[in-house]
Design a protein. Structure first.
Length: 253
């Protein structure tokens, strides 16, 4: 008599992701770049051209090639850049402006993606990595990592205005607030503030201050979690230490 128990697989099969995501997770390129390459017929799976970016794939069981070269997981790299004002955080710019990749163009590095953003007019600490899982943990909306900015504005806010930055405002249907806002130094007509965020909405600080009647003259990100910009020169970059990578990963959860 046959057993009525359902049969089970001897081993649990790992989840299969879309081909574009697999290439991104391997650190070969960004997901959007992978989609473009796949649709252009530059990617093959087990010797056959594959044009569907969402095709379920497994790099451990299939031979995936880009431009005829077998793809292997790239060594994980993590770098910090002191982004100057006027540099665009993008792989390419349709208006021909300099991008953050111009700062590392001669370094011989593999593809690295920005971990979060800084708008063109902002400057300071920016992370780049090909470890997409690590990067996602840092940029997740849950706000596990606080980011500290030094912001020059036109005006001299009093204690009530600083409290309003923390209490928050509504702009375009979004609530914008700071974890903390404090005065660093003041002149006759403008001052520098230290503003800490635990989330990063589009143009968050600029919009928050604009609603409160202030214009941002300069905006500099000085730290991400425990990682400080320090004395890294403007336009320069450096590798993160293993301890720095691990600390940011732990904080990001």
């Amino acid at each position: 008599m046959k057993s009525s128990r359902p049969t089970t697989k001897s081993a649990q099969q790992p989840p299969r992701h879309g081909l574009a995501r697999v290439l991104s997770k391997l650190g070969v390129c960004s997901r959007s770049q992978a989609e473009i390459a796949i649709k252009a017929g530059r990617v093959s799976v087990d010797g056959r051209i594959e044009r569907n970016p969402e095709r379920p794939s497994d790099a451990q069981r299939e031979r995936i090639a880009l431009d005829g070269v077998d793809v292997q997981a790239a060594a994980k790299l993590y770098i910090a850049v002191n982004k100057p004002r006027g540099i665009v955080v993008s792989a390419a710019d349709e208006r021909g402006r300099d991008t953050v990749y111009s700062l590392i163009a001669d370094a011989g590095l593999p593809w690295l993606g920005p971990v979060g953003r800084l708008d063109k007019a902002s400057e300071g600490l920016l992370l780049l990595s090909n470890d997409t899982v690590w990067a996602a943990g840092i940029t997740e909306p849950a706000g596990a990592l606080v980011k500290t900015y030094h912001v020059q504005i036109n005006g001299l806010p009093d204690a009530a205005a600083l409290a309003a930055m923390v209490a928050g405002v509504v702009d375009g249907g979004e609530r914008l607030s700071a974890v903390s806002a404090s005065l660093l130094r003041a002149g006759e007509r403008n001052c520098w503030l230290e503003i800490v965020l635990d989330e990063g909405r589009n143009r968050h600080i600029r919009r928050l201050l604009e609603v409160l009647g202030y214009d941002v003259l300069r905006l500099l990100r000085v730290s991400i979690g425990s990682l400080a910009l320090g004395d890294l020169a403007k336009g320069a970059w450096r590798h993160l230490t293993a301890d720095e990578v691990a600390t940011l990963h732990v904080i990001a959860g």
